[in-house]
Design a protein around this ligand. Structure first.
Ligand code: GTP
Ligand code: MG
Length: 149
């Protein structure tokens, strides 16, 4: 099964957008398999964003992600990775379409409220990075037959 690591960044938590953001994935019909509020240590943020370590904004990005608690989530479903990226919208919120999370709720790339995995492989990698064994729940939603024929 395909899974995406979705994270509400510290600005989303501080701005009181946790419920709003979780709600969008719930209403879409994906299955929540893991959820926690978490203060991210620096080394984990650096590992998570290691592909960006040579970018000029990398130190600021690490400060941002570790500046307060984040909400870590594992969402499951066929096509969840690409679909979540669409629900989230473009990296720059000013370019994100209305109706997307960033398009509706943010104005700057450096404060874009939410993260979503960019491939199924990275979804797996990131969920293993952010969650310990036993933190994910194995369950099925009663809605399943009403979502998938
Ligand atoms: P994530 O879902 O968070 O991975 O965002 P993304 O996949 O849309 O973008 P990318 O992986 O390229 O960049 C990761 C994060 O780094 C972005 O979401 C921003 O928070 C931050 N970032 C990217 N580019 C810039 C930039 O030019 N300036 C600043 N300040 N931050 C940036
Ligand atoms: Mg990314």
């Amino acid at each position: 099964v395909e899974r995406s690591y979705i994270m509400i960044k510290p600005d989303g938590v501080q701005r009181g957008l946790v419920g709003e953001i979780i709600s969008r994935f719930e209403k879409k019909g994906f299955l929540l398999k893991g959820l926690k509020l978490f203060q991210c240590p620096k080394d984990l943020a650096q590992e998570h964003y290691k592909d960006l370590k040579d970018k000029p904004f990398f130190p600021k990005l690490i400060d941002y992600i570790t500046s307060g608690p984040v909400v870590c989530m594992a969402w499951e479903g066929a096509g969840v990775v690409a679909s979540a990226r669409k629900l989230i919208g473009a990296t720059n919120p000013l370019q994100a379409e209305p109706g997307t999370i960033r398009g509706d709720l943010a104005v700057q790339t450096g404060r874009n409220v939410v993260h979503g995995s960019d491939s199924p492989d990275n979804g797996k990698r990131e969920i293993e990075l952010w969650f310990k064994e036993g933190e994910l729940c194995q369950w099925e939603s009663v809605q399943a037959p009403w979502l998938i024929e």
